[in-house]
Design a protein around this ligand. Structure first.
Ligand code: GLN
Length: 458
């Protein structure tokens, strides 16, 4: 990461970033560009440097916030109509920690509305395009963040990962993306999707950059009671066993793209050469992860989205005669079809007649998945897995078929159900020039070891 110092000015870093944002407009990455504020902050940092005053660890580094992060006076619209024109009243802890280190937010980037999706096509602002092929999706939900980094608009971007939203777009665009251990980073001031699964993380061009971002942001936060006591800085640097697992069912899946498969096999061969032992894992419970996720997650979504009523936030339908029609019309007009689908599924699986059959069963499956991972980590340090079954797919290919879109997440959601850290990294390119990616999954609190291992893999 290029930091402003005596040789590089913050203003020039920000100008370069703003120019690049302009050049890549057709990709539809940014929902808001903060030129004036970014340049003003850059000038202040340069003056400090000139005066020889100390500056932060991210001095002058341009970055983008996923548009579901609150950051004072910037629009936190979560790419949803119902939240448009909602200037943030406060700062998310993550944005604050980054800005305190003198990083410069140049703007906010696109996502699937409320982070519901795997392609960024569910956005009120339209889809973001893939960085290597404009006829394909960026991945999602953090598509804007991944493409902003891949196309050099910014040095890093924030993301949220509830079921793969950092890792899958990172892999679709050839960048690194970390989904930290659940609770490692504060969720305060980030628009909630599904609270027991949501994690705040980052996209960057190198694992070392992710390491620095984690050092800065992986902190206990009194404002988020699910945040963990600090552990990142004191974590061991490396894993003890030099044993890496691969999940047999994933590697042998018919759905796995042959180019991803062979790139992974090459990676496995090179790991063996480096002295790692590769162990095949039988993890039969993982096949229930997708079903469990698409019960638990909509249930939490239904609850979190109930607050958007046309009274407290932003958008309000103009066509309402009374309170009931105000709620109905605001929610009817303000939510995207995918948001509505999840609200309906969520309320259904929580309803008295169906709670035991769906929600409770999914919660039990989640416990079994956690146990299966725990057992695996008795044998191996961490697990190497595809991030998703395929590289970036065509725009429009899955968006009208929700189940095929959900199947995108089959290899990423188990991680969220178990609260584990996982790091997506580039695996090279397909013959047609698309990015391929994989993820390393570790036990809780092994975020630092994962980052260091990925440095070693390259
Ligand atoms: N694609 C998954 C979903 O739509 C994950 C989204 C996310 O991680 N925010 O639920």
């Amino acid at each position: 990461m290029k930091i402003a110092d005596k040789n590089t000015s913050a203003v020039s870093l920000v100008e370069k970033s703003l120019k690049r944002i302009e050049e890549t407009k057709e990709y539809n990455i940014f929902t808001f560009i903060d030129n004036a504020r970014a340049l003003e902050k850059a000038k202040k940092i340069d003056e400090k440097i000139k005066r020889g005053e100390p500056v932060g660890r991210l001095a002058g580094v341009p970055f983008a916030l996923k548009s579901n992060f609150l950051s004072k006076d910037r629009p936190a619209n979560a790419s949803a109509k119902i939240l448009t024109d909602f200037p943030s009243p406060l700062n998310s802890t993550c944005a604050e920690l980054l800005e305190n280190e003198d990083a410069i937010c140049v703007g906010c980037v696109n996502l699937d509305a409320f982070a519901h999706g795997s392609s960024t096509e569910n956005s009120f602002f339209g889809p973001t395009l893939n960085s290597k092929d404009k006829s394909r999706v960026a991945g999602g939900s953090s598509g804007g963040s991944a493409v902003a980094v891949a196309l050099d608009c910014v040095e890093f971007a924030t993301g949220t990962d509830t079921g793969g939203s950092i890792r899958q777009p990172a892999s679709f665009n050839g960048v690194y993306g970390i989904k930290p251990t659940y609770g490692a980073t504060s969720r305060y001031g980030v628009v909630a999707m599904a609270s027991s699964l949501d994690v705040i993380g980052f996209f960057a061009k190198t694992p070392s950059d992710l390491d620095l971002l984690m050092e800065i942001c992986a902190k206990r936060d009194e404002k988020d009671l699910t945040s963990l006591p600090d552990f990142y800085a004191e974590s061991p640097e490396t894993f003890p066993k030099k044993k890496i697992g691969i999940i047999k069912d994933f590697m042998e899946s018919e759905k796995l793209d042959p180019e991803i498969k062979s790139a992974l096999e090459e990676k496995v061969a090179s790991l063996k050469k480096k002295g790692f032992e590769i162990i095949e894992l039988e993890m039969p419970t993982l096949k229930y992860a997708l079903a469990a996720y698409y019960i638990i997650q909509p249930a939490e979504v239904a609850s979190n989205l109930s607050r958007y009523d046309g009274i407290r936030y932003a958008f309000r339908s103009k066509n309402s005669k009374d309170l009931d029609s105000l709620f109905k019309n605001t929610r009817g007009e303000g939510f995207m079809p995918e948001n509505k689908r999840r609200i309906m599924i969520g309320n259904f699986v929580l309803s008295s007649g169906f709670y035991d059959a769906y929600f409770l069963k999914a919660a039990k499956a989640r416990t079994l998945i956690i146990r299966e991972f725990n057992a695996a980590f008795e044998k191996v340090d961490c697990i190497l897995s595809p991030t998703s079954p395929n590289p970036a797919f065509k725009l429009g290919e899955k968006v009208s078929d929700p189940v095929s879109m959900y199947l995108e997440d089959v290899m990423s959601v188990p991680v969220n159900l178990a609260g584990l850290p996982a790091l997506a990294f580039p695996l090279g390119k397909s013959k047609s020039g698309l990015d391929l990616g994989a993820q390393l999954i570790g036990p809780r609190r092994s975020d630092k070891q994962l980052i260091n291992l990925v440095k070693e893999l390259n």
